[in-house]
Every structure is written in structure tokens, then in C-alpha cells.
Design a protein around this ligand. Structure first.
Ligand SMILES: *[C@@H]1O[C@H](CO)[C@@H](O)[C@H](O)[C@H]1NC(C)=O
Ligand SMILES: *[C@@H]1O[C@H](CO)[C@@H](O)[C@H](O)[C@H]1NC(C)=O
Ligand SMILES: *[C@@H]1O[C@H](CO)[C@@H](O)[C@H](O)[C@H]1NC(C)=O
Length: 168
């Protein structure tokens, strides 16, 4: 019996769950924290500048769509192409979030590439990093005023090759 766990495909939507939120509302009167779109934009730009180093992953360009067998045949150049668990990047866009665009890694193989072919004795799995983001939401009772919150999201940044978890 082959015992490999399936590639841990996690839907993009489920990743956008904020944890460890730092509330920007200190005095309880939330309308104090309602900003104009222009102020939100300024704040967002300052935020991205402040966390430029942490947000370096978001700057990765989108890569060509490939599949596992194509990756197995090539295995050269960039790290994501030479990995035994090759991956590509897909663009995740959310205009209510700073940064608007984040590159998400997506594993190309279920197994790993050993001797130029996919070997299901191993598994490709996603590796996550927590990235700081700022998110805007509409203020109650206003059509053009926004609250902003800072937090972290888990972003898949690479794939790695592991032995299956037989205890599962
Ligand atoms: C909350 O802030 C708004 C706008 O500054 C003000 O008009 C309102 O009176 C405040 N409400 C309370 C309960 O302090
Ligand atoms: C991978 O892509 C190539 C080129 O598009 C295609 O010929 C091949 O059938 C694909 N293989 C799989 C397993 O989807
Ligand atoms: C896959 O890897 C296993 C464990 O290293 C090895 O025994 C097996 O021969 C490999 N399969 C192929 C098709 O290379």
C-alpha cells in the first residue's frame, strides 16, 4: 500500500485569517479612527515602507505556470525550479489589504523529484511565513471612511520535501 499524504493544498481564502491583531482603537470611540481613502493610502504606504524587509516576499514576480513533469525535466536556474519540491508563485490580490499583491507559493508536485522523476515515497509540502499586513474595513455608517488594522497572515513562501507522516 502506498502511504503518502496528499499535498497540503490549502485554499487561499482560509489563509487570510488574521491572528494577533493589534487594535488601533484605544479610546473606544471608533469614529475617531475613521480615515479618508487618501489617509488610508498614505498609512498603507508608510506601513509597507516600515516593513519593507519583512515584505520582501511580496515582491517576487509571478512565475510561469508549470507542472511537475516539466519541472522534473528542467531542474535548473532559480531555487524554486531546482528544489526537489519545485514550486511556482501565484499572485494573491486584495485591494483592502496592504500590500495589495502578495506572491503565494504553490507546490508543483505531490511527491518529490528524485532522479528526474516524481517519487511518491516523499511529499512536497508548503512552508509558511507570517507576514505583517494592514487591512482596511468600512466604518459603520460611512460610505467613504475606513478603519485600519494591523496583523499577520500566514503566507506560503516555498515548498520543501518531507518523508510522509506515517503516524497520521
Ligand atoms: C465620537 O467621535 C465623534 C467624531 O469625533 C464625535 O462626534 C462623537 O461625539 C464622539 N462620541 C463619543 C461618545 O465620544
Ligand atoms: C505538463 O505540461 C506539459 C506541457 O504543457 C504537457 O505536455 C504535459 O502533459 C503536462 N503533464 C501533466 C502531468 O499534466
Ligand atoms: C523512490 O524513493 C525510494 C526511497 O528512497 C526508492 O526506494 C525508490 O526506488 C524511488 N522510486 C523511484 C521510482 O525512483
Amino acid at each position: 500500500m502506498t502511504t503518502f499524504v496528499s499535498l497540503q493544498m490549502i485554499s487561499i481564502g482560509s489563509l487570510l485569517v488574521f491572528n494577533a491583531f493589534i487594535s488601533t482603537s484605544a479610546n473606544g470611540n471608533s469614529s475617531h479612527n475613521c480615515l479618508s481613502a487618501a489617509d488610508v493610502k498614505k498609512k498603507g504606504e508608510r506601513f509597507e515602507k516600515k516593513f519593507a524587509e519583512e515584505l520582501i516576499f511580496t515582491k517576487i514576480l509571478r512565475t510561469a505556470t508549470r507542472n511537475c513533469s516539466e519541472a522534473a525535466a528542467e531542474m535548473r536556474e532559480a531555487l524554486h525550479q531546482r528544489s526537489l519540491s519545485p514550486w511556482m508563485y501565484i499572485e494573491d490580490r486584495d485591494d483592502d489589504r496592504f500590500p495589495h499583491v502578495i506572491s503565494f507559493a504553490k507546490c508543483l508536485c505531490e511527491g518529490c523529484i528524485i532522479n528526474k522523476q516524481e517519487n511518491f515515497s516523499y511529499n512536497s509540502v508548503l512552508v509558511y511565513a507570517q507576514l505583517p499586513v494592514m487591512e482596511k474595513t468600512k466604518c459603520d455608517g460611512y460610505s467613504d471612511r475606513y478603519k485600519v488594522k494591523q496583523g499577520f497572515i500566514n503566507v506560503p513562501v516555498a515548498c520543501t520535501c518531507v518523508v510522509p507522516n506515517y503516524t497520521k
